[in-house]
Design a protein around this ligand. Sequence first.
Ligand code: ADP
Length: 548
Amino acid sequence: MVEFVSDSTLEKLFNKEDILHGQVFFNGKDFIENASEVILIVGKYGKIIYGNKKAIEAYGYSFDELVNLDIFALRNEDTKEFTQKQLNKALNSGIKFRTYHYRKDGSKFPVEVRSIYSNKKSKDMVVSIIRDISDVEEVYKDITDRKLIDQELQEKCKKLELLKQKAEDANKAKSIFLANMSHEIRTPMNSILATIQLLQLECINEEQSKYVKILNESAHTMLSVINNLLDISKIESGKFKLNNQSFNLKETINNIYNNLLITGNSKGLEVSYYLDPSINFEIIGDELKLKEILNNLISNAVKFTDEGYVSFRVKMISNDESSEKIEFKIKDSGIGIEEEFKEKIFNDYIQGDLSIKKKHMGTGLGLAISKQFANLMNGDICFESILGKGSTFIFTCEFKKFEHKERKLKISNMAKDKITISRIEQDKVILCVEDNLINQEVMEGIIKRKGYKYIAAYNGNEALSILKNNKVDLILMDVQMPELNGFETTKIIREEELDGKRIPIIAMTAYAMREDKDKCIKADMDDYIVKPFDIEKLYEFMEFHLRT
Ligand code: ADP
């Protein structure tokens, strides 16, 4: 049947590419009959004169039906966009073209055709190899679909860009409005606050003074809300500038820690503290903003912790000749933050659980502002939190170093003055043995407030040498200390008290465990107070032991 197709025609049809695609065997007529692709031989007037097994399978005609069929029965009318001219060109060159073919049942499928005259001169016969490309077409369709989707996306992006611009404009307008409003409200607020202060100076009765106190607190809360709004709007409109001035970081931190001690203690929380001694405390920065950030983080920690602890650690993380980067870490054992809320926590006006919101005051602005301030100070705020277990907020910022000897001198003179005054007020001497610098400073404030004389020892050995040269009326003894701990120091003190005069020793320990209390008593201490303690309770203890 196919003896009229020469091997050279076949060679032209099945080029290298086909051979590579699996048509490796090439043994003339047998190959055509059993080829894995459709092969048709079409006569001079478009009559099909041969179709291989694959052709019969592909078009659904029997061999006899296929032979003598007009080729247009397969190509059908609507595929005539592939013109005779193009067909001729393809036939002459042997290049592939794509079109659709029709099966006997009328269904259509995409094909890739390569046709060639078996005899270029007589042009009386065309041999075609036809490949069903339904799979490839799917991919094509996919690509076209994707192009359409891309176009749609581009249009949507353009729309979004416009909306974004509109939203940004609206946000700017909001910021300007907030700035104006805050300013308008702040002016009368100042007069309200001044009037409240004047009222407090008047001779008013207890009832009135209670009302004035409420007025004062509410006015301050209102002022801080307004200040927050003003800050946010200034930052958003790019008008905010840091007010960098020299200050002593240690003094600032001490004040903040004192507040933490008071608020933490009043909630019965354990408050702990560490201040890296290698920090250069004389620095230049925006002290007010630093205080605001720390107060916000610390007040959140206290606010969202009902039992356990709040710890505050300050350390230097990098340092060069002119500046240093400080890390402030505030850790609490509080309610923690829900997973889904974590990513929104630094958004403006966002608060966690609304039931919590009702319990705790706040505008949801604190963290948003704090983070922006931190960024302005070349730092950042990040956090880790586990729901029900607690949160750790880490705030970093950079300060310029500053040397200011005069100021230091002034402070030490002031401190001397205070000591003289307290000596006049009372002659009782309290020795506080505590290795933590800040705790020492806090204790100094607490003891001097009562008019006692205060002496600090930073470890057990120092305490022993102070006792040799000073008359001491009471010792407040930290238990955990390097070198010589509180128990060991007490033991030596007691051994040296030969003249029968016994100095009362009150242990101060962070561990509220029964066995610790026993240990203190066994170590011949007189009393025991758990950190964080209620200041009034400590005064009671001290007064009791000073009297006896
Ligand atoms: P607010 O002024 O309401 O306290 P913030 O921006 O300071 O606003 O805090 C936003 C929210 O983040 C709080 O309402 C609270 O839900 C959550 N949050 C902040 N700090 C803590 C923390 N230490 N523990 C648990 N939740 C916290």
